[in-house]
Design a protein around this ligand. Sequence first.
Ligand SMILES: NC(=O)c1ccc[n+]([C@@H]2O[C@H](COP(=O)([O-])OP(=O)(O)OC[C@H]3O[C@@H](n4cnc5c(N)ncnc54)[C@H](OP(=O)(O)O)[C@@H]3O)[C@@H](O)[C@H]2O)c1
Ligand SMILES: [Zn+2]
Length: 361
Amino acid sequence: MRALVQTAFGGPEVVSLRRVPDPVPGPSDVLVRVRACALNRLDVLQRRGPAVLPGFRLPHIAGMDVAGHIEAVGAEVSGTKTVGTEVSGTEASGQAGGLATGDRVVIDPTLGCGACPRCAAGDPGHCASVRVVGGNIAGGFAEYVAVPARLVHRVPAHVGLAEAAALPSAWSTAWHATLTVGEVTAGETVLVQAAASAVSIAAVQLAKRAGARVVAVAGSDAKLALAGDLGADLLLRNDADVPAAVRRFTGGEGADAALDHVGAATWRASMDCLRPGGRLVTFGNTTGDEVTISLAGVYHRGLRLLGSGAYTEADFAAMLAAYYGGGLRVVRRAEYGLDELPAAFAAAESRAAIGKVLVRP
Ligand SMILES: NC(=O)c1ccc[n+]([C@@H]2O[C@H](COP(=O)([O-])OP(=O)(O)OC[C@H]3O[C@@H](n4cnc5c(N)ncnc54)[C@H](OP(=O)(O)O)[C@@H]3O)[C@@H](O)[C@H]2O)c1
Ligand SMILES: [Zn+2]
């Protein structure tokens, strides 16, 4: 098959289109013909180096967010075997038995060992030996990928495969941060930083769906216009006095929660816009990993700092079920063939651009 193979760390030139042997599915695997694979920030970071995920090895085929058609099923997968029924919501998310050649599917990229307490809790992202499709095992920037059948969810006819490929990492991360960890509920006011980023596009919509009022912060008017289209109630440039504007918007109270994956650059504004007892959900460090915290500023105001890391199997299933239910939308930027990777990386690495970059083998 043709695949984009990374052989070193550096610019787009360290990845080249090559012929490699087709992956061979094991008895409990399915072979997926990749129709679309989204580019994620992790793909860029691991191309530049150093590797982020333990177990990453060169040469590597990146691409975590894959949708496609089942090309072949392992011997233990065919027939009426039901996979993953222990996870609530899997039927609604399309994860069911009887997978067959030709089925339209999307892949949950996070694969735990299946035996440790974290995996038993449905939390494979925190498994000590976690494998991530496209992260530290072969991913979707290729014509085929083989994965355990339990990672595969059906895509209903009304959802396109390129649309489905935009969902796994960004939308599960947003679901986990906004709803599972952030516990955003109806009537709350929620600040979303970098509101037109891939993860925040999902977070804005999920917070609105939960009934919250959303304050969107972003670096350009075009990004704010998108956040407004997605339902955000107050649009703020990130060079404005964000805490003051949030206080005005909330009658002097402050926001109930702030969702922040931008990190060092926005930390202070996120902290300062919260009401007493408010929650800061931190789940990324794009602009730097180290921040200053006034302990008195936290304890006097009773703030809660919540880290939101890997999503769970339940998050993934619930996210898909919600998306399949309608009323939510992904924002796509551009699509590229396997032979156009430098352009795809350039699009993904441009801060000005908006929406998911997809590779379509
Ligand atoms: N916790 C987890 O498990 C998890 C999972 C997936 C992703 N993440 C993290 O979530 C973050 C967002 O991911 P994403 O896919 O939404 O990213 P993205 O689409 O690339 O957006 C990043 C946003 O950050 C803002 N930004 C500020 N300074 C920037 C800079 N110097 N370079 C680039 N962007 C800058 C930009 O918004 P403005 O122009 O509006 O400022 C941009 O829209 C990343 O840090 C990612 O690693 C975390
Ligand atoms: Zn495990």
